[in-house]
Ligand binder design. Structure first.
Ligand SMILES: NC(=O)c1ccc[n+]([C@@H]2O[C@H](COP(=O)([O-])OP(=O)(O)OC[C@H]3O[C@@H](n4cnc5c(N)ncnc54)[C@H](O)[C@@H]3O)[C@@H](O)[C@H]2O)c1
Length: 337
């Protein structure tokens, strides 16, 4: 690892910046981060050594620039994407970034002689679980354009391995949370939104009846598993779930957060379901353990407490951070077709 040069797309984002941090801690020679900062932040990388980490503000859709950046790179970790709520109002742009750009990046990586391409997909490719826990062979039935475009990206990635023998890996993280996660705008996710609202004494808002479930992984675990996928030879050509193997309903998550924040009587409001919401996700994690030697280290309760502490050390109060929250962070009134 000490001699490797890696390129991370989306490396200024939530999971990407944690991956950069972990690679630096392992003594990686150089990390090139490519991010257009549409949802990522320069500040996410600000404490990292400039001789090891170089941020290039660029769009992954720029084929020429991406090809030039890949010269002399050993591994590409491809994380840049536009999210699930974005896909509801802007399906075409979501597809361009998540699917088309992935195909172009694969071509560029192969042409420039990059040794390995790790595609960070998503559990959203499965849609609602038909049975649990969900093995990698579980049918894929995405319910949003985000899930569909992530699935297209992973199919292109797998096809490069099957057709050209190009060494690729597909990992499918289930929901991740932790420092630098998004509470704001259309990237806002359930755990940071619930936690900040609870800390600010505001009601937690659940879309749907709250019986929908997720499998949450703390970000240091998610990023460590992605890093392992870049270096374990047994991962090449494989598709691997990255989850905790622990399922929780959103109603129970709200109660857990209320107990951690010490706001047992906080109000919980149920509103109409989000369009395309997946109702059940619960990972089977054996393959990650066998191929990567990966086992999550942080339980949900520990992770929620860590995130709460991280917010407490933040320079901004929960009330201030929540000014950037969009409660219903999708928009069906202005679909860009
Ligand atoms: N967060 C989760 O719970 C979760 C779960 C499953 C899978 N994933 C996957 O993990 C990866 C990272 O997700 P995240 O949660 O860190 O999201 P994020 O939005 O924080 O990171 C994505 C980054 O990509 C950048 N980006 C978007 N469009 C770009 C473009 N055209 N050119 C260059 N950069 C661009 C954004 O600025 C952002 O920094 C994604 O591929 C996502 O599908 C995330």
């Amino acid at each position: 690892m000490q001699n490797s040069r890696v390129l991370i797309t989306g490396g200024a984002g939530f999971i990407g910046s944690e991956l950069v941090r972990q690679l630096v801690a392992k003594g990686i020679k150089q990390v090139i981060v490519v991010d257009n900062l549409v949802n990522g932040r320069r500040e996410n990388l600000q404490d990292l050594p400039v001789d090891q980490v170089k941020l290039v503000v660029a769009d992954i859709r720029d084929v020429e620039q991406m090809t030039n950046l890949m010269l002399d790179v050993d591994i590409v970790f491809h994380l840049a994407c536009l999210g699930v709520r974005h896909s509801i109002h802007s399906p075409h742009e979501n597809h361009e970034v998540n699917a088309t750009a992935t195909l172009n990046l694969l071509s560029a990586a192969k042409a420039t002689g990059v040794n390995r391409f790790v595609y960070v997909s998503s559990s959203e490719v499965y849609g609602t679980a038909k049975w649990v826990p969900m093995k990698e062979e579980h049918p894929t039935f995405p319910m949003t354009v985000y899930g569909a475009s992530k699935l297209a990206g992973e199919c292109y990635t797998r096809a490069f391995y099957e057709t050209y023998g190009y060494p690729t890996v597909v990992v499918r993280p289930f929901n991740s949370y932790g420092p630098r996660c998004h509470h704001e705008g259309d990237s806002g996710e359930v755990i940071p939104k619930f936690l900040l609202r609870c800390m600010a004494g505001k009601p937690m808002i659940i879309f749907g009846d709250g019986t929908q479930t997720r499998d949450f992984t703390y970000v240091s675990d998610t990023a460590r598993a992605i890093m392992m996928a870049g270096f374990a030879d047994s991962a090449v050509g494989q598709t691997i779930n990255l989850g905790s193997g622990f399922e929780i309903a959103i109603n129970d998550l709200a109660q857990e957060i209320a107990s951690i924040v010490g706001q047992a009587d906080v109000e919980i409001i149920h509103e109409a379901p989000r369009p395309g919401d997946v109702l059940r996700l619960y990972a089977e994690t054996t393959k990650a353990r066998q191929l990567l030697g990966f086992k999550p280290e942080i339980t949900l309760r520990e992770g929620l407490m860590k995130l709460k502490d991280w917010y407490l050390t933040s320079e901004e109060y929960p009330e201030t951070l929540l000014k950037h929250e969009i409660v219903r962070n999708w928009d069906l009134s202005e679909i860009k077709l």
